[in-house]
Design a protein around this ligand. Structure first.
Ligand code: 4AD
Ligand code: MG
Length: 446
C-alpha cells in the first residue's frame, strides 16, 4: 500500500529522498514566489506541509478539499514542523489532482459547529477534530479486545434480530419486510425485533464458554432526544460464569475502565486538550466510589434544592441526579448498587431483603450512566416466579429458562454504551458526534 502520513511520521524517509504523498488539501496559501499546501490523509491528526516553488506548479483544480498526489523532496522543516516536502519543477509535473472540488464545497478553512457538521454526514469526518474521535473509537475497540483476551474471554456474535425483549421496557423496533404487494410483512411470518441488548443470548454462550463478550449494535425505540441517547448504539456486553458477589462485577468493571484509560494515555492522542486528558487520568487512576441506591436517594434528598425533581425511595434516579452524584458530589465514577426490584428487568438476582436486586449502574461525570450490570437469577423457580409476577409471556422465554433447567450456575454481566464512553473520553458535547451516522429520535439522515 502507499505510505500514509502516519507511517511517514513514525518512520520518516531520509532527508533528500524523493517521495509521493497522497491526501486531501487541508489548506492552500499562494503568494508571489511560493505556495504552501497542507495535506491530510485521515491516518492521523497530523498534516504534511508541501512547499511549492514556483507557485505556478499548483494546478487550477487544486483547492481546499481536493484529493491529490504530490511528489517532492523530503527536507528538514523551517516552520513548526520538523519536516516538509519541497516541490519544485525539476522532474516534470509534481502535483496530480485526483478529484477537485466544486465551488460550493461546504468545508472551508473556518471552524464549523458540530451542528452544521451533522447536517453534512457525507463530509463531516474529513474535519480532523471529528476524525480524531473515529480514530480513537477504533483504538478503544482494540484495547477492549486485548483486555478481554488477556482474561480468557471469548468474543462472540449474538444476533441483532431477536424474538425477545431483553429489558422488558417495550422499546423495540419491529422488523417488517418490504413486500412486493405493497403491505409490509413480518419476519417470515413471525414477530421479530431489533435487539435492545444481546444479554439473553450472551447468557447462553456464557453457559458454554464460561466468559464471553461482544460489541454489537443495539436499538431502542425510546423517545429520548438528549445529548446521550441514540436509537442505534453499540453496546459492549460481558457475561461471566461462576461469580456470585456483586463486588466481583463492580471491581471487574473498574479494572476494565482503568485498563482502557491507561492504554489511551499511552497511545499518543496528543491533539486532545489537557482538560480531556484529565478525564482519562480520572478513569485510570481516580477513586471509584460505591454506594447503594438507598444511599444515593438519601444524598439527593439531603441536597434537594439542587434538583427539579426530588425522588423518594422506589423512584428512579433522573439524569440530573446521576450527573450531580458523579460530576459534583463525588467528582468521579460512582457505582450505585441494589436498586428496587420494580425498576429493573426480570432477570436480575433478588437480594435477601426481598426489595432490591443485586445490580449496579456505573455513573460518570458529564454523562451519567455508562454501565448497567447485575448478577442473574439462576434459580429456575425464582425466575419463573418473577416472570409470573410481571405477567410476562413465558412462552417466548422457554429457551432462556432451559439454561436454568440444566447445569445452571451463578453468573452475571454488564453492558456499557460504547459511544457514551467515547463521548466522555473524547469530550464530544453530543453523543451524535461519536458515531459516523447517528440514528436518533426523529432522525435517520442517510
Ligand atoms: O442499562 P442497560 O439498558 O442494560 C442492558 O441492556 C443490560 N441487558 C446490559 C447487560 O447487562 N448485558 O444498557 C446498558 C448501557 C447503558 O448503561 C448505557 O451506557 C447504554 O447501554 N445505553 C445507551 N447508549 C446510547 N443510547 C441509548 N439509547 C442507550 N441506552 C442504553
Ligand atoms: Mg440501565
Amino acid at each position: 500500500l502507499p505510505k500514509c502520513i502516519r507511517d511517514i511520521a513514525q518512520n520518516p524517509p531520509q532527508i533528500g529522498d524523493t517521495i509521493k504523498i497522497n491526501g486531501w488539501v487541508k489548506s492552500l496559501r499562494i503568494s508571489k514566489n511560493v505556495a504552501f499546501v497542507d495535506l491530510v490523509d485521515g491516518s492521523s491528526h497530523g498534516d504534511i506541509k508541501c512547499v511549492v516553488r514556483p507557485p505556478s506548479l499548483i494546478p487550477k483544480a487544486l483547492n481546499t478539499g481536493a484529493g491529490v498526489q504530490i511528489s517532492g523532496v523530503w527536507t528538514e522543516g523551517k516552520g513548526r514542523q520538523s519536516y516538509e516536502l519541497q516541490v519544485t519543477e525539476q522532474h516534470g509535473p509534481q502535483i496530480e489532482v485526483y478529484g477537485g472540488v466544486e465551488e460550493l464545497y461546504p468545508l472551508q478553512k473556518k471552524t464549523h459547529s458540530s451542528q452544521f457538521l451533522r447536517s453534512i454526514p457525507e463530509y463531516r469526518w474529513r474535519v480532523p477534530e471529528a476524525g480524531s474521535i473515529l480514530r480513537m473509537s477504533s483504538k478503544l475497540e482494540s484495547f477492549f479486545s486485548e483486555f478481554f483476551d488477556e482474561r480468557t474471554f471469548f468474543k462472540t456474535h449474538p444476533p441483532t434480530v431477536t424474538s425477545s425483549d431483553c429489558e422488558g421496557a417495550g422499546e423495540l423496533f419491529r422488523i417488517e419486510s418490504e413486500s412486493k404487494l405493497g403491505s409490509p410483512e413480518q419476519f417470515f411470518g413471525k414477530k421479530a425485533y431489533m435487539t435492545v441488548s444481546t444479554q439473553l443470548h450472551l447468557e447462553v454462550l456464557c453457559a458454554a464458554l464460561g466468559r464471553v463478550w461482544t460489541l454489537t449494535p443495539c436499538f431502542r425505540a425510546e423517545e429520548s432526544d438528549t445529548n446521550r441517547h441514540l436509537s442505534e448504539f453499540w453496546m459492549l456486553e460481558a457475561e461471566i460464569a461462576f461469580i456470585d458477589d456483586l463486588t466481583q462485577l463492580t471491581r471487574f468493571s473498574e479494572a476494565m475502565l482503568r485498563y482502557i484509560a491507561r492504554a489511551l494515555q499511552n497511545s499518543g492522542f496528543d491533539e486532545f486538550p489537557d482538560e480531556i486528558k484529565q478525564r482519562w487520568d480520572m478513569l485510570a487512576n481516580g477513586t471509584y466510589t460505591q454506594i447503594t441506591y438507598s444511599e444515593a436517594i438519601d444524598l439527593v434528598r439531603q441536597n434537594s434544592s439542587k434538583f427539579t425533581t426530588i425522588p423518594t425511595w422506589g423512584d428512579s434516579l433522573g439524569s440530573e441526579h446521576e450527573k450531580w452524584l458523579a460530576g459534583e458530589y463525588y467528582k468521579g465514577p460512582v457505582f450505585v448498587t441494589n436498586y428496587p426490584i420494580d425498576q429493573k428487568p426480570f432477570y436480575m438476582k433478588k437480594n435477601s431483603d426481598g426489595k432490591t436486586v443485586a445490580c449496579y449502574d456505573l455513573l460518570i461525570p458529564q454523562i451519567g450512566e455508562l454501565i448497567g450490570g447485575s448478577l442473574r437469577e439462576h434459580d429456575l423457580h425464582k425466575l419463573e416466579q418473577e416472570i409470573a409476577n410481571r405477567q410476562m409471556d413465558v412462552g417466548p422465554l422457554q429457551w432462556y429458562l432451559n439454561l436454568r433447567r440444566n447445569g445452571s450456575v451463578p453468573h452475571g454481566g454488564f453492558g456499557m454504551g460504547f459511544e457514551r464512553l467515547l463521548q466522555y473520553v473524547s469530550g464530544a458535547e453530543n453523543i451524535r458526534d461519536t458515531i459516523p451516522f447517528p440514528r436518533t429520535t426523529n432522525h435517520c439522515a442517510c
